[in-house]
Write a protein that binds this ligand. Sequence first.
Ligand code: UT7
Length: 323
Amino acid sequence: MTRRAVVVGTGHYLPERVVENAEFEATLDTTDEWIRSRSGIERRHFAAEGETTSDMAAKAAERALADAGLTADDVDAIVVATSTPDLTFPSAATMVQSKLGMTKGFAFDVQAVCAGFVYALSNASALIASGQANRVMVIGAETFSRIMDWTDRGTCVLFGDGAGALLLEAQEQPGTNADRGILATDLNSDGRYKDLLYVDGGVSTQSTGHLRMQGNQVFRHAVEKLASTANTALDRAGLSAADVDWIVPHQANIRIIQGTAKKMGLSMDNVVVTVQDHGNTSAASIPLALSVGKERGQIKEGDLIVTEAIGGGLAWGAVVLRW
Ligand code: UT7
């Protein structure tokens, strides 16, 4: 038998304020048509004044606990993937821990920008497989609206805020690729590409900074690296793209999502797409899409799912799991 990290609950939270593409036409040299056709984004949510990453993360986690029929006392660890924590420290994860009323276990953040959730899932799976935790709440939560340069039309129209959570539980499975749970992961980074996507501020440079991106350069790396990491993870699980029920990709750009599916030989009928309603929510985009995909009735128990993401670093990776 093999100890696997099986998803037993999902939840998500989106801030109340919805911003349609057309709103940007008042302040920027842009159009709804450009944003829609170049990125697939139609609207996004922005956090309210004073609403923080850990507030949203805690709400998503509460919903995942309710979905699983469990309480915070049943959780051993919290991992939050974020690049936009409330404070420099303590971690957003410990703030979530306190908001959930959880007084035991451990909590920490993972920072791998848009690939953060894939990195966090991989870490959580290892914690479970090694017996260090039985239940891990894995959350992706971001307030990217706080790091936008509102005069840069090439970036500020693309990002949004939100949070998604998966509750993972250790379950003994037969040890084959028909098991439920996380079956394989693949993580990569290449720091030589730092200048393609970064924030031009931080603690040791004493500013908050704004997101800077050479979008078309990131785009070029994305399709190739995403298809490659997804295929590597599938290969590690002894599976291939033909076995996949759903790709649940990082939701940055519909053209990247389509290009990756095509490169893997899969139809868009096998892809969960939320980018039109959420924009790019960085580390929150995959758990948001998983939670929404389950709500829509797309994702069902036993489905084989591949998640993949790429972002600043560059950092990228994929996780293969059976729901
Ligand atoms: O999540 C982390 C990873 N990030 C990504 O995966 C994002 C990857 N990149 C992308 O999604 C796309 O590259 C973008 C959506 C950012 C841009 O699409 P593109 O087809 O690569 O356009 P481009 O950057 O090559 O720009 C084309 C033109 C430029 O004008 P010129 O130089 O051709 O005259 C831009 O200035 O579009 C212009 N442009 C805009 N026009 C209207 C850029 N932003 C806008 C805008 N409205 N908002």
